[in-house]
Design a binder for this molecule. Structure first.
Ligand SMILES: Cc1cc2nc3c(=O)[nH]c(=O)nc-3n(C[C@H](O)[C@H](O)[C@H](O)COP(=O)(O)OP(=O)(O)OC[C@H]3O[C@@H](n4cnc5c(N)ncnc54)[C@H](O)[C@@H]3O)c2cc1C
Length: 414
Protein backbone atom coordinates (compact mmCIF):
# COMPACT_ATOMS: atom_id res chain seq x y z
CA UNK A 1 0.00 0.00 0.00
CA UNK A 2 1.23 3.49 -0.87
CA UNK A 3 1.99 5.56 2.25
CA UNK A 4 2.38 9.34 2.49
CA UNK A 5 2.49 11.91 5.27
CA UNK A 6 -0.34 14.01 3.85
CA UNK A 7 -3.02 13.14 1.32
CA UNK A 8 -4.64 16.27 -0.12
CA UNK A 9 -7.89 15.58 -1.96
CA UNK A 10 -8.56 18.20 -4.66
CA UNK A 11 -6.15 20.33 -6.70
CA UNK A 12 -8.10 23.61 -6.54
CA UNK A 13 -6.61 26.75 -4.95
CA UNK A 14 -7.15 25.48 -1.39
CA UNK A 15 -5.65 22.02 -2.02
CA UNK A 16 -2.61 23.20 -3.97
CA UNK A 17 -1.89 25.96 -1.42
CA UNK A 18 -2.00 23.45 1.44
CA UNK A 19 0.20 21.06 -0.54
CA UNK A 20 2.73 23.79 -1.34
CA UNK A 21 3.10 24.95 2.24
CA UNK A 22 3.51 21.39 3.57
CA UNK A 23 5.84 20.21 0.80
CA UNK A 24 8.14 23.22 1.25
CA UNK A 25 8.45 22.22 4.90
CA UNK A 26 9.65 18.81 3.74
CA UNK A 27 6.57 16.65 4.25
CA UNK A 28 5.70 13.93 1.80
CA UNK A 29 2.49 15.19 0.14
CA UNK A 30 0.30 13.49 -2.46
CA UNK A 31 -2.49 15.48 -4.14
CA UNK A 32 -5.37 13.64 -5.80
CA UNK A 33 -7.43 15.35 -8.50
CA UNK A 34 -10.40 13.53 -9.95
CA UNK A 35 -10.31 15.39 -13.27
CA UNK A 36 -7.77 14.62 -15.96
CA UNK A 37 -6.27 18.13 -15.90
CA UNK A 38 -5.73 20.55 -13.03
CA UNK A 39 -7.89 23.66 -13.48
CA UNK A 40 -10.45 22.01 -15.79
CA UNK A 41 -13.37 22.36 -15.97
CA UNK A 42 -13.39 25.98 -14.82
CA UNK A 43 -16.18 26.66 -12.33
CA UNK A 44 -15.60 30.26 -11.39
CA UNK A 45 -15.99 33.86 -12.58
CA UNK A 46 -12.42 34.64 -11.57
CA UNK A 47 -12.89 38.01 -9.85
CA UNK A 48 -10.34 38.35 -7.05
CA UNK A 49 -8.60 40.89 -4.85
CA UNK A 50 -4.93 41.84 -4.71
CA UNK A 51 -4.65 39.46 -1.74
CA UNK A 52 -5.13 36.45 -4.03
CA UNK A 53 -2.40 37.68 -6.35
CA UNK A 54 -0.13 38.12 -3.32
CA UNK A 55 -0.92 34.64 -1.97
CA UNK A 56 -0.30 33.14 -5.40
CA UNK A 57 2.98 35.07 -5.69
CA UNK A 58 2.40 35.77 -9.39
CA UNK A 59 0.48 38.10 -11.70
CA UNK A 60 0.72 35.70 -14.62
CA UNK A 61 -2.96 34.76 -14.44
CA UNK A 62 -4.34 38.33 -14.39
CA UNK A 63 -6.36 39.14 -17.52
CA UNK A 64 -8.05 42.45 -16.60
CA UNK A 65 -7.93 45.11 -13.92
CA UNK A 66 -11.24 46.28 -12.49
CA UNK A 67 -11.64 49.91 -11.43
CA UNK A 68 -15.36 50.16 -10.88
CA UNK A 69 -18.78 48.60 -10.70
CA UNK A 70 -22.40 49.33 -11.50
CA UNK A 71 -25.09 47.76 -9.36
CA UNK A 72 -28.56 47.50 -10.94
CA UNK A 73 -31.65 47.28 -8.76
CA UNK A 74 -34.67 45.21 -9.79
CA UNK A 75 -36.32 48.31 -11.35
CA UNK A 76 -33.01 48.89 -13.19
CA UNK A 77 -32.12 52.04 -11.27
CA UNK A 78 -28.36 51.88 -10.93
CA UNK A 79 -25.48 52.94 -8.77
CA UNK A 80 -22.00 53.28 -10.25
CA UNK A 81 -18.68 53.83 -8.58
CA UNK A 82 -15.18 54.04 -9.84
CA UNK A 83 -11.73 54.28 -8.27
CA UNK A 84 -8.47 55.48 -9.76
CA UNK A 85 -6.60 52.51 -8.37
CA UNK A 86 -7.37 48.85 -9.19
CA UNK A 87 -10.13 47.43 -6.96
CA UNK A 88 -10.17 43.86 -8.23
CA UNK A 89 -8.63 41.61 -10.86
CA UNK A 90 -10.15 39.28 -13.41
CA UNK A 91 -8.03 36.18 -13.63
CA UNK A 92 -7.76 33.17 -15.86
CA UNK A 93 -8.97 30.75 -13.23
CA UNK A 94 -7.53 27.65 -14.92
CA UNK A 95 -4.15 29.42 -15.09
CA UNK A 96 -4.33 30.17 -11.34
CA UNK A 97 -4.96 26.49 -10.52
CA UNK A 98 -2.15 25.37 -12.83
CA UNK A 99 0.25 27.94 -11.37
CA UNK A 100 -0.55 26.87 -7.80
CA UNK A 101 -0.18 23.17 -8.57
CA UNK A 102 3.11 23.78 -10.42
CA UNK A 103 4.40 25.73 -7.41
CA UNK A 104 3.45 22.89 -5.06
CA UNK A 105 5.00 20.30 -7.41
CA UNK A 106 8.24 22.31 -7.56
CA UNK A 107 8.27 22.29 -3.74
CA UNK A 108 8.08 18.49 -3.84
CA UNK A 109 4.35 17.57 -3.76
CA UNK A 110 3.22 14.78 -6.07
CA UNK A 111 0.07 15.35 -8.14
CA UNK A 112 -2.04 12.50 -9.46
CA UNK A 113 -4.83 13.48 -11.86
CA UNK A 114 -7.72 11.22 -12.83
CA UNK A 115 -7.67 9.89 -9.27
CA UNK A 116 -10.80 10.18 -7.14
CA UNK A 117 -11.01 9.84 -3.37
CA UNK A 118 -13.77 7.29 -3.01
CA UNK A 119 -14.09 6.55 0.68
CA UNK A 120 -12.43 5.98 3.99
CA UNK A 121 -11.49 2.37 4.70
CA UNK A 122 -9.91 2.20 8.15
CA UNK A 123 -7.47 3.61 10.65
CA UNK A 124 -4.31 1.51 10.91
CA UNK A 125 -1.27 2.25 13.11
CA UNK A 126 -2.10 5.94 13.37
CA UNK A 127 -2.72 6.29 9.63
CA UNK A 128 -5.92 6.81 7.71
CA UNK A 129 -6.41 4.26 4.94
CA UNK A 130 -8.56 5.44 2.02
CA UNK A 131 -9.81 3.99 -1.25
CA UNK A 132 -8.94 5.81 -4.45
CA UNK A 133 -10.41 5.05 -7.86
CA UNK A 134 -8.47 6.05 -10.98
CA UNK A 135 -10.04 7.02 -14.28
CA UNK A 136 -9.11 3.66 -15.88
CA UNK A 137 -10.96 1.87 -13.06
CA UNK A 138 -7.85 0.93 -11.06
CA UNK A 139 -8.57 0.87 -7.34
CA UNK A 140 -5.80 1.76 -4.89
CA UNK A 141 -5.45 1.97 -1.16
CA UNK A 142 -3.41 4.84 0.20
CA UNK A 143 -2.49 5.46 3.80
CA UNK A 144 -1.75 8.91 5.20
CA UNK A 145 -1.04 10.43 8.59
CA UNK A 146 -3.27 13.34 7.62
CA UNK A 147 -6.08 13.64 5.05
CA UNK A 148 -6.91 17.16 3.82
CA UNK A 149 -10.33 17.50 2.21
CA UNK A 150 -9.93 20.30 -0.36
CA UNK A 151 -12.47 18.69 -2.65
CA UNK A 152 -14.89 21.54 -3.08
CA UNK A 153 -18.57 22.11 -2.57
CA UNK A 154 -19.64 18.43 -2.66
CA UNK A 155 -16.70 17.25 -0.54
CA UNK A 156 -16.55 13.45 -0.38
CA UNK A 157 -13.99 13.78 2.42
CA UNK A 158 -16.43 15.78 4.58
CA UNK A 159 -19.04 13.07 4.01
CA UNK A 160 -16.59 10.22 4.68
CA UNK A 161 -15.53 11.71 8.02
CA UNK A 162 -19.02 12.77 9.00
CA UNK A 163 -18.11 16.44 9.16
CA UNK A 164 -21.40 18.16 8.58
CA UNK A 165 -22.11 19.93 5.31
CA UNK A 166 -22.98 23.60 5.07
CA UNK A 167 -26.65 24.35 5.35
CA UNK A 168 -27.19 26.11 2.04
CA UNK A 169 -25.80 25.44 -1.44
CA UNK A 170 -26.73 28.13 -3.93
CA UNK A 171 -27.01 26.88 -7.52
CA UNK A 172 -24.88 28.93 -9.91
CA UNK A 173 -24.89 29.24 -13.69
CA UNK A 174 -22.41 31.14 -15.83
CA UNK A 175 -21.57 31.51 -19.50
CA UNK A 176 -18.60 32.95 -21.35
CA UNK A 177 -19.60 35.45 -24.00
CA UNK A 178 -16.96 35.87 -26.73
CA UNK A 179 -17.65 39.56 -27.50
CA UNK A 180 -18.67 42.01 -24.80
CA UNK A 181 -20.35 45.35 -25.50
CA UNK A 182 -19.82 46.30 -21.83
CA UNK A 183 -17.20 48.42 -20.05
CA UNK A 184 -13.87 46.51 -20.22
CA UNK A 185 -12.70 47.56 -16.76
CA UNK A 186 -15.89 47.59 -14.69
CA UNK A 187 -18.16 44.83 -13.46
CA UNK A 188 -21.94 44.88 -13.31
CA UNK A 189 -24.11 43.38 -10.58
CA UNK A 190 -27.83 42.64 -10.90
CA UNK A 191 -30.11 42.44 -7.89
CA UNK A 192 -33.70 41.33 -7.53
CA UNK A 193 -36.06 38.39 -7.74
CA UNK A 194 -36.30 38.50 -11.53
CA UNK A 195 -32.57 37.94 -12.04
CA UNK A 196 -31.14 36.26 -8.94
CA UNK A 197 -33.26 35.89 -5.81
CA UNK A 198 -31.03 35.41 -2.77
CA UNK A 199 -27.73 36.58 -4.29
CA UNK A 200 -27.00 38.40 -7.56
CA UNK A 201 -26.17 38.21 -11.21
CA UNK A 202 -22.87 39.44 -12.66
CA UNK A 203 -21.25 40.66 -15.84
CA UNK A 204 -17.47 40.54 -15.66
CA UNK A 205 -15.18 41.63 -18.54
CA UNK A 206 -12.72 38.81 -19.24
CA UNK A 207 -9.81 40.89 -20.52
CA UNK A 208 -9.93 39.34 -24.00
CA UNK A 209 -12.90 41.34 -25.30
CA UNK A 210 -15.49 38.93 -23.92
CA UNK A 211 -17.36 38.65 -20.64
CA UNK A 212 -18.39 36.14 -17.99
CA UNK A 213 -22.10 36.45 -17.33
CA UNK A 214 -23.76 34.49 -14.58
CA UNK A 215 -25.63 34.34 -11.36
CA UNK A 216 -26.07 32.42 -8.16
CA UNK A 217 -29.57 32.31 -6.75
CA UNK A 218 -31.66 30.76 -4.06
CA UNK A 219 -33.68 29.32 -6.88
CA UNK A 220 -36.41 27.66 -4.82
CA UNK A 221 -37.37 25.07 -7.43
CA UNK A 222 -36.60 27.28 -10.44
CA UNK A 223 -33.35 26.38 -12.18
CA UNK A 224 -30.46 28.84 -12.13
CA UNK A 225 -30.42 28.44 -15.91
CA UNK A 226 -33.93 29.90 -16.12
CA UNK A 227 -32.80 32.99 -14.22
CA UNK A 228 -29.76 33.12 -16.49
CA UNK A 229 -32.08 33.26 -19.54
CA UNK A 230 -33.97 36.19 -17.96
CA UNK A 231 -30.68 37.99 -17.38
CA UNK A 232 -29.43 37.35 -20.91
CA UNK A 233 -32.73 38.51 -22.45
CA UNK A 234 -32.55 41.69 -20.42
CA UNK A 235 -28.94 42.31 -21.46
CA UNK A 236 -29.68 41.64 -25.13
CA UNK A 237 -32.49 44.24 -24.96
CA UNK A 238 -30.23 46.73 -23.20
CA UNK A 239 -27.36 46.36 -25.63
CA UNK A 240 -29.74 46.24 -28.56
CA UNK A 241 -28.70 42.88 -30.00
CA UNK A 242 -28.50 39.23 -29.01
CA UNK A 243 -25.07 37.94 -28.03
CA UNK A 244 -22.84 35.58 -29.93
CA UNK A 245 -23.25 32.03 -28.65
CA UNK A 246 -21.45 31.42 -25.36
CA UNK A 247 -18.20 29.52 -25.66
CA UNK A 248 -18.55 27.75 -22.30
CA UNK A 249 -21.10 27.15 -19.58
CA UNK A 250 -20.57 26.56 -15.87
CA UNK A 251 -23.12 24.85 -13.66
CA UNK A 252 -22.09 24.56 -10.06
CA UNK A 253 -22.96 25.44 -6.49
CA UNK A 254 -21.74 27.84 -3.83
CA UNK A 255 -21.71 26.71 -0.19
CA UNK A 256 -22.96 29.37 2.21
CA UNK A 257 -23.12 28.86 5.94
CA UNK A 258 -21.07 27.91 8.94
CA UNK A 259 -19.76 24.36 9.18
CA UNK A 260 -19.61 23.44 12.89
CA UNK A 261 -16.27 21.62 12.64
CA UNK A 262 -13.62 21.64 9.94
CA UNK A 263 -11.35 19.08 11.57
CA UNK A 264 -11.36 15.64 13.14
CA UNK A 265 -8.52 13.36 14.22
CA UNK A 266 -6.18 13.01 11.19
CA UNK A 267 -8.47 15.16 9.00
CA UNK A 268 -8.78 18.81 7.97
CA UNK A 269 -11.22 20.46 5.57
CA UNK A 270 -10.21 23.57 3.61
CA UNK A 271 -11.80 25.90 1.05
CA UNK A 272 -15.31 25.21 -0.26
CA UNK A 273 -15.25 21.81 1.47
CA UNK A 274 -15.21 23.78 4.73
CA UNK A 275 -17.63 26.45 3.39
CA UNK A 276 -14.88 29.06 3.75
CA UNK A 277 -16.79 31.27 1.36
CA UNK A 278 -17.80 34.92 1.72
CA UNK A 279 -21.54 34.78 2.41
CA UNK A 280 -22.37 38.12 0.75
CA UNK A 281 -20.70 37.34 -2.57
CA UNK A 282 -20.08 33.60 -2.75
CA UNK A 283 -16.40 34.28 -3.50
CA UNK A 284 -14.11 31.71 -1.95
CA UNK A 285 -10.70 31.88 -3.60
CA UNK A 286 -9.06 34.29 -1.15
CA UNK A 287 -10.66 32.82 1.96
CA UNK A 288 -9.93 29.25 0.83
CA UNK A 289 -6.27 30.01 0.05
CA UNK A 290 -5.72 31.92 3.27
CA UNK A 291 -7.35 29.16 5.36
CA UNK A 292 -5.19 26.65 3.49
CA UNK A 293 -2.10 28.51 4.71
CA UNK A 294 -3.44 28.31 8.26
CA UNK A 295 -4.26 24.61 7.80
CA UNK A 296 -0.73 23.90 6.57
CA UNK A 297 0.87 25.71 9.53
CA UNK A 298 -1.23 23.77 12.06
CA UNK A 299 -0.73 20.49 10.18
CA UNK A 300 3.05 20.97 10.01
CA UNK A 301 3.28 21.48 13.74
CA UNK A 302 1.00 18.47 14.44
CA UNK A 303 3.08 16.26 12.10
CA UNK A 304 6.24 17.46 13.82
CA UNK A 305 4.86 16.52 17.23
CA UNK A 306 3.45 13.31 15.80
CA UNK A 307 0.11 14.16 17.34
CA UNK A 308 -2.75 14.45 14.83
CA UNK A 309 -5.45 14.13 17.43
CA UNK A 310 -8.74 15.96 17.28
CA UNK A 311 -7.51 18.14 20.17
CA UNK A 312 -4.33 19.28 18.40
CA UNK A 313 -5.97 19.84 14.99
CA UNK A 314 -8.71 21.90 16.68
CA UNK A 315 -6.16 24.71 16.62
CA UNK A 316 -6.87 25.02 12.88
CA UNK A 317 -10.57 25.59 13.54
CA UNK A 318 -9.76 28.19 16.16
CA UNK A 319 -7.17 29.99 14.03
CA UNK A 320 -9.15 30.37 10.82
CA UNK A 321 -12.28 31.41 12.69
CA UNK A 322 -10.20 34.00 14.58
CA UNK A 323 -9.36 35.53 11.20
CA UNK A 324 -12.67 35.16 9.35
CA UNK A 325 -15.32 34.04 11.87
CA UNK A 326 -16.55 37.49 12.82
CA UNK A 327 -16.67 38.71 9.22
CA UNK A 328 -18.53 35.55 8.13
CA UNK A 329 -21.03 35.84 11.01
CA UNK A 330 -21.76 39.48 10.22
CA UNK A 331 -22.02 38.70 6.54
CA UNK A 332 -24.40 35.78 7.17
CA UNK A 333 -26.54 38.06 9.28
CA UNK A 334 -26.58 40.71 6.54
CA UNK A 335 -27.29 38.07 3.95
CA UNK A 336 -30.36 36.91 5.83
CA UNK A 337 -31.43 40.52 6.04
CA UNK A 338 -30.79 40.98 2.32
CA UNK A 339 -32.87 37.94 1.36
CA UNK A 340 -35.82 39.43 3.24
CA UNK A 341 -35.76 42.65 1.24
CA UNK A 342 -38.48 42.96 -1.40
CA UNK A 343 -37.65 44.25 -4.87
CA UNK A 344 -39.13 47.59 -3.77
CA UNK A 345 -36.79 47.66 -0.75
CA UNK A 346 -33.81 46.92 -3.00
CA UNK A 347 -34.76 49.75 -5.37
CA UNK A 348 -35.09 52.12 -2.41
CA UNK A 349 -31.68 50.98 -1.16
CA UNK A 350 -30.07 51.78 -4.52
CA UNK A 351 -31.76 55.20 -4.46
CA UNK A 352 -30.34 56.03 -1.01
CA UNK A 353 -26.87 54.82 -1.96
CA UNK A 354 -26.84 56.99 -5.10
CA UNK A 355 -25.97 60.11 -3.15
CA UNK A 356 -22.51 61.30 -4.07
CA UNK A 357 -21.25 61.20 -0.51
CA UNK A 358 -22.15 57.55 -0.03
CA UNK A 359 -20.56 56.67 -3.34
CA UNK A 360 -17.34 58.13 -1.98
CA UNK A 361 -17.73 55.98 1.12
CA UNK A 362 -18.19 52.87 -1.00
CA UNK A 363 -15.03 53.68 -2.94
CA UNK A 364 -13.10 54.44 0.24
CA UNK A 365 -14.21 51.44 2.30
CA UNK A 366 -15.21 48.86 -0.32
CA UNK A 367 -13.21 45.65 0.03
CA UNK A 368 -14.42 42.58 -1.82
CA UNK A 369 -12.89 40.29 0.81
CA UNK A 370 -14.41 42.08 3.82
CA UNK A 371 -17.68 43.57 2.53
CA UNK A 372 -19.22 44.12 5.97
CA UNK A 373 -16.71 46.92 6.60
CA UNK A 374 -18.32 49.18 4.02
CA UNK A 375 -21.81 48.26 5.28
CA UNK A 376 -20.88 49.37 8.80
CA UNK A 377 -19.59 52.65 7.47
CA UNK A 378 -22.66 53.25 5.30
CA UNK A 379 -24.95 52.60 8.27
CA UNK A 380 -23.00 55.15 10.24
CA UNK A 381 -23.17 57.80 7.56
CA UNK A 382 -26.73 57.37 6.34
CA UNK A 383 -29.68 57.59 8.74
CA UNK A 384 -32.03 57.04 5.77
CA UNK A 385 -30.35 53.71 5.13
CA UNK A 386 -30.95 52.68 8.73
CA UNK A 387 -34.61 53.76 8.37
CA UNK A 388 -34.96 51.52 5.34
CA UNK A 389 -33.80 48.41 7.14
CA UNK A 390 -35.83 47.95 10.33
CA UNK A 391 -38.66 46.04 8.64
CA UNK A 392 -36.38 43.24 7.57
CA UNK A 393 -34.18 43.64 10.63
CA UNK A 394 -37.19 43.24 12.90
CA UNK A 395 -38.40 40.17 11.00
CA UNK A 396 -35.03 38.55 11.31
CA UNK A 397 -34.34 39.43 14.92
CA UNK A 398 -37.84 38.34 15.89
CA UNK A 399 -37.72 35.02 14.05
CA UNK A 400 -34.61 33.42 15.48
CA UNK A 401 -32.70 33.40 18.70
CA UNK A 402 -29.31 34.53 17.50
CA UNK A 403 -26.90 37.08 18.84
CA UNK A 404 -27.10 40.05 16.52
CA UNK A 405 -23.52 40.68 15.43
CA UNK A 406 -21.91 43.96 16.27
CA UNK A 407 -22.94 46.05 13.31
CA UNK A 408 -22.82 49.45 14.90
CA UNK A 409 -20.89 51.97 12.89
CA UNK A 410 -17.14 51.90 12.74
CA UNK A 411 -14.86 54.89 13.19
CA UNK A 412 -15.80 58.00 11.28
CA UNK A 413 -13.95 58.60 8.05
CA UNK A 414 -11.51 61.50 8.18
C1 LIG B 1 -20.20 30.18 -10.99
C2 LIG B 1 -19.20 30.48 -9.91
C3 LIG B 1 -18.48 31.67 -9.95
C4 LIG B 1 -17.56 31.96 -8.94
N1 LIG B 1 -16.87 33.12 -9.01
C5 LIG B 1 -15.95 33.42 -8.06
C6 LIG B 1 -15.19 34.62 -8.14
O1 LIG B 1 -15.35 35.41 -9.05
N2 LIG B 1 -14.28 34.87 -7.16
C7 LIG B 1 -14.09 34.01 -6.11
O2 LIG B 1 -13.26 34.29 -5.22
N3 LIG B 1 -14.79 32.85 -6.03
C8 LIG B 1 -15.70 32.54 -6.98
N4 LIG B 1 -16.40 31.37 -6.91
C9 LIG B 1 -16.10 30.44 -5.80
C10 LIG B 1 -14.79 29.73 -6.07
O3 LIG B 1 -14.81 29.14 -7.35
C11 LIG B 1 -14.55 28.67 -4.99
O4 LIG B 1 -14.72 29.25 -3.72
C12 LIG B 1 -13.14 28.08 -5.10
O5 LIG B 1 -12.96 27.42 -6.31
C13 LIG B 1 -12.90 27.09 -3.95
O6 LIG B 1 -11.64 26.52 -4.09
P1 LIG B 1 -11.36 25.07 -3.50
O7 LIG B 1 -9.93 24.77 -3.78
O8 LIG B 1 -11.86 24.99 -2.12
O9 LIG B 1 -12.32 24.11 -4.32
P2 LIG B 1 -12.41 23.83 -5.91
O10 LIG B 1 -11.83 24.97 -6.67
O11 LIG B 1 -13.81 23.45 -6.13
O12 LIG B 1 -11.46 22.59 -6.08
C14 LIG B 1 -11.82 21.32 -5.62
C15 LIG B 1 -11.10 20.31 -6.47
O13 LIG B 1 -11.34 19.00 -5.92
C16 LIG B 1 -11.58 18.09 -6.97
N5 LIG B 1 -12.35 16.99 -6.41
C17 LIG B 1 -13.64 17.01 -5.99
N6 LIG B 1 -13.99 15.82 -5.47
C18 LIG B 1 -12.88 15.03 -5.55
C19 LIG B 1 -12.60 13.68 -5.16
N7 LIG B 1 -13.55 12.92 -4.58
N8 LIG B 1 -11.37 13.18 -5.40
C20 LIG B 1 -10.40 13.94 -5.99
N9 LIG B 1 -10.62 15.23 -6.38
C21 LIG B 1 -11.83 15.76 -6.15
C22 LIG B 1 -12.33 18.92 -8.01
O14 LIG B 1 -12.22 18.36 -9.29
C23 LIG B 1 -11.61 20.27 -7.90
O15 LIG B 1 -10.53 20.37 -8.79
C24 LIG B 1 -17.34 31.05 -7.87
C25 LIG B 1 -18.06 29.85 -7.85
C26 LIG B 1 -18.98 29.57 -8.85
C27 LIG B 1 -19.75 28.28 -8.79
Amino acid sequence: MEAVDVLVVGAGPAGSTTAFRLAERGWNVLVLEEHGRVGQPVQCAGLVSQRVIDLAGSTSMVRAVVHGATVFGPGLGSLSFRADEPRAFVIDRAALDVHLSDRAARAGATFRTGARFDRRLSMMDGREVVRVVESDGTVREISARLVVGADGVSSAVARAYRLRRPVEILPAFEAEIPRSPGDPDAVEVFLGRRFAPGLFGWWIPDGTGGARVGLAADADGVSARTYFSHLMNHLARRFGSPFASPTAYIVSGIPIGEVPATHAAHVLLVGDAAAQVKPLSGGGIYTGMRCAEIAAAVAASALERNDLSDRVLAEYDRAWRAEFGEEFRRALYLRRLFTRLSDGDLDALIEVLRSAELRATIVAFGDIDFPTHVVRQLLRESPSLVRLLPKALGAWVGSVSYRVPDLEPGPRRK
